[in-house]
Design a binder for this molecule. Structure first.
Ligand code: GLY
Length: 344
């Protein structure tokens, strides 16, 4: 196990390790509190069974949830709670989410509310889960009015980013991960592309861990992790979630770059650097959907839960990413024109 890297998320008495590498799932057993008798594994059908670690002497119950955003609901959480109860899971037991972001968000939220809260660990099995969703304690489910509008901050006790999982990932899942990975280039202002994949994942985890440690409840810096997400959410809604999240984030990153340029925050050369990373390094072929309605998107972005008093964006500047409030409608429109003009 010597090639397993460890990143610590420092949150005082709720600090926890994130293990990264092939076989990282096997590191979790040593982190389990001795009071735990039962493990409630929450997973999905498509997740390879070998990614669920075995825990000697512990009773393991497996609960399978549905795939797709339509299953990210309170109903799924209630079904899990009832199944946990039938299986005799108690407050001193442990929930283990094994899957991508949907699984870890739902497993984490269920752990936060079942018996008013029990411990949770995750094995992240997608690139997006490894570098974002499984770390940082944001959990939640959707309601028809929006994504993740019901949830809780509930930090895991340990996370495994098991790179064995990457061997079986499909193109769509890889694209989701790459879109989020591109984001970290701009947050850190570093060229991460020279790092081998394992080190790059660890670097992304470290960047996120540092941000979470400094602003767990998103009263400031943590919002930088939403770079590209304001438009991405509007694009996802407009495409009925048929566009992979990571591709939507990439379109959102490019849009944010154009918006920053329109507002005089960055020069054209910096916009080009955004294209170089999104297209050149991650090969994400981003284009707004053909029938995309920019006016409807502006309305949708205004409803985004991250909007404060007016439309808020994370935008680049010569000093790095910043949270910018009060964006003018004419600048939003001009940025759409600039984005479309690059799409031929
Ligand atoms: N996915 C963004 C965050 O954890 O804050």
């Amino acid at each position: 196990m010597s090639d397993i890297q460890t990143v610590q998320v420092n949150l005082e008495d709720r600090s926890y390790p994130v293990f990264i590498g092939r076989g990282a799932r096997h590191e979790l057993a040593a982190q389990i509190n001795p009071s735990v008798r039962r493990i409630a594994v929450v997973t999905q059908d498509g997740v390879p069974a070998q990614l669920i670690p075995e825990f000697a002497d512990l009773e393991t119950h497996t609960f399978v949830i549905g795939d797709g955003e339509i299953h990210k609901t309170l109903e799924t959480v209630q079904t899990l709670c009832r199944s946990f109860s039938e299986a005799g899971i108690t407050r001193s037991d442990l929930v283990l989410g094994v899957g991508g972001g949907l699984v870890t968000d739902v497993a984490g939220f269920t752990a936060a509310v079942y018996h008013r809260g029990l411990g949770v660990m995750h094995v992240a099995t997608t690139l997006l889960g490894m570098i974002d969703a499984a770390i940082g304690g944001k959990t939640g489910v959707n309601i028809p009015e929006g994504k993740n509008l019901i949830g809780a901050y509930w930090q895991p006790q340990a996370v495994a980013c098991d790179m064995d999982a990457l061997l079986s990932l499909g193109e769509r899942d890889l694209q989701c991960g790459y879109g989020e990975m591109a984001k970290y280039h701009f947050i850190s202002r570093q060229d991460l592309s020279l790092l081998p994949l394992g080190q790059r994942i660890a670097r992304c985890v470290q960047i996120k861990a540092d941000i979470v440690a400094s602003d767990e409840r998103e009263s400031g810096q943590r919002a930088l992790l939403n770079y590209g997400h304001t438009l991405a959410h509007a694009v996802e809604i407009a495409t009925n979630f048929t566009m992979p999240h990571g591709v939507a984030v990439s379109v959102g990153i490019l849009y944010a770059a154009h918006l920053a340029q329109v507002m005089g925050r960055i020069p054209e050369t910096r916009v080009q650097e955004h294209y170089d990373i999104v297209h050149g390094i991650y090969n994400l072929q981003t284009a707004l959907p053909a029938d995309f309605d920019s006016a409807a998107a502006i309305t949708s972005m205004r409803r985004d839960k991250k909007a404060l008093s007016s439309l808020t964006f994370v935008l680049d500047s010569k000093d790095g990413l910043q949270i910018v409030d009060g964006i003018l409608e004419q600048d939003l429109k001009q940025a759409f024109d600039a984005l479309r003009s690059r799409q031929g």
